[in-house]
Design a protein around this ligand. Structure first.
Ligand code: NDP
Length: 244
């Protein structure tokens, strides 16, 4: 909805990824003044459409629309983003459901290194509903000892230096400096920011952090593409569940 430039880039990338993997996608580009009732009616129509397996509403929506009501209106079995309260609840209690794409992608990245999280100290910086909180739950599920830091955390550097696994999901360019990282730590940078030159960068000061970290994910080209890959994975899982 509306003309948020970042949203337009994300939507374009998702459409391209669908095309690349032979998933048929449909875009509904709505003007910013669309009413909540009109958006809910569209979601209801897609919920009932048997040719549709996955639905997502690109966030943020304009302020006159309730994000919570929109997310709750998507059929949980078509909730490709994994944001519906039923899927969030399933994540909390450890039942199968759709996982939010960004933290799901981060787990795949960690797994690709062969790193065993059991007993390890994991620190997630950020506590949003779409990244930080579900990320902490997924790490906990894998037997890490998890700390969640946020804007009110005192002595952030002291907390992050304890981390064997450090996930930065803040939205502040280069907030995490090399001296905030434990030597050899596995660092995943979720942030997508612009630096002082307008260049895309993460929450981690990557060039300096590379000297300290054992593993580090780049921005761009790290968590972003993984998020889209997990969106496609969730959609395919929705098909498999429908056919099961
Ligand atoms: P939110 O703004 O919703 O949350 C940011 C979190 O960071 C909050 O919990 C906030 O704390 C915390 N925070 C803010 N400032 C500080 C600070 N100085 N020290 C410690 N914690 C701080 O952002 P999102 O979770 O939606 O996104 C985070 C970043 O990840 C953004 O850069 C976003 O663009 C990126 N992103 C990337 C995706 C991808 O696909 N690559 C997908 C989703 C997000 P508090 O709760 O106290 O306010």
């Amino acid at each position: 909805m509306g003309d948020n430039p970042a949203s337009q880039v994300y939507v374009r990338n998702k459409i391209k990824a669908c095309a690349d993997t032979s998933i048929q996608s449909f875009e509904y580009r709505l003007p910013a003044q669309t009413t909540e009732a009109e958006l809910l009616a569209l979601i209801d129509r897609l919920n009932r459409d048997d040719s549709v397996d996955g639905i997502l509403v690109q966030l943020p929506v304009p302020r006159h629309i309730s994000e919570a009501r929109i997310i709750a209106a998507i059929a949980p079995e078509k909730d490709a983003d994994g944001f519906h309260p039923i899927n969030v609840g399933n994540l909390v209690v450890g039942r199968p459901g759709f996982l939010p794409c960004t933290p799901y992608g981060v787990m795949k990245m960690i797994d690709s290194t062969g790193y065993d999280l059991t007993g390890k100290r994991a620190v997630v910086v950020g506590r949003s509903n779409i990244v930080g909180k579900p990320q902490a739950l997924l790490l906990l599920r894998r037997n890490a000892t998890v700390t969640v830091a946020h804007s009110r955390t005192e002595n952030l550097a002291e907390v992050t230096r304890e981390a064997d696994v450090l996930i930065a999901a803040v939205g502040r360019a280069k907030l995490i400096k090399a001296d905030m990282i434990k030597p050899g730590a596995l660092v995943i940078d979720v942030g997508m920011n612009r630096d002082e030159n307008g260049k895309l960068c993460g929450d981690v000061d990557t060039a300096a952090a590379m000297e300290v970290a054992g593993w580090i994910s780049p921005v761009p080209g790290g968590v972003g593409p993984m998020t889209i890959a997990m969106l496609l994975t969730n959609t395919v899982e929705a098909v498999e569940r429908r056919l099961a």
